[in-house]
Design a protein around this ligand. Structure first.
Ligand code: ZN
Ligand code: ZN
Length: 123
């Protein structure tokens, strides 16, 4: 990690261009500050990658993994995505459990029969 001399934001080393003259081999300011055209660091708006809409920066959740410290998806898309993700995961989880139980129908009965109550007391 290195702190950019322009935007004062701490960013991962690879957010800085290599610079042989620099003491740490990295340019003193980050790529975003070096090439403001590519990613304007002071812009108060950001383009959402998901809904392709330009929104004010506070419509984006802070996310340190991104160069400008904001998620590349707006909050609306972010919420939608995490809801979808949770739903897909839940469905997948339930289906996996169901399939497993179908293959092992007597698992719980067996487990109860073989479980030694003394073992449980020891702990
Ligand atoms: Zn910078
Ligand atoms: Zn969006």
């Amino acid at each position: 990690m290195k702190i950019c001399s322009e935007c004062q934001i701490e960013k991962p080393d690879d957010a800085f261009n290599p610079d042989e003259r620099a003491y740490d081999g990295r340019h003193h300011c980050c790529r975003a500050c070096e090439n403001p055209d590519v990613e304007p660091p002071s812009a108060d708006e950001k383009h959402c990658r998901s809904c392709a809409t330009t929104k004010p920066r506070d419509a984006f959740r802070a996310d340190a993994r991104y160069a400008d410290g904001l998620s590349c998806y707006c909050r609306a898309c972010d919420n939608r995505k995490s809801r979808e993700w949770a739903r897909v995961n839940r469905e997948r989880g339930a289906a996996t459990r169901k399939a497993w139980l179908a293959r092992n129908p007597d698992y719980y009965a067996k487990w109860r029969a073989t479980a030694d109550p003394k073992l449980n007391h020891k702990r």
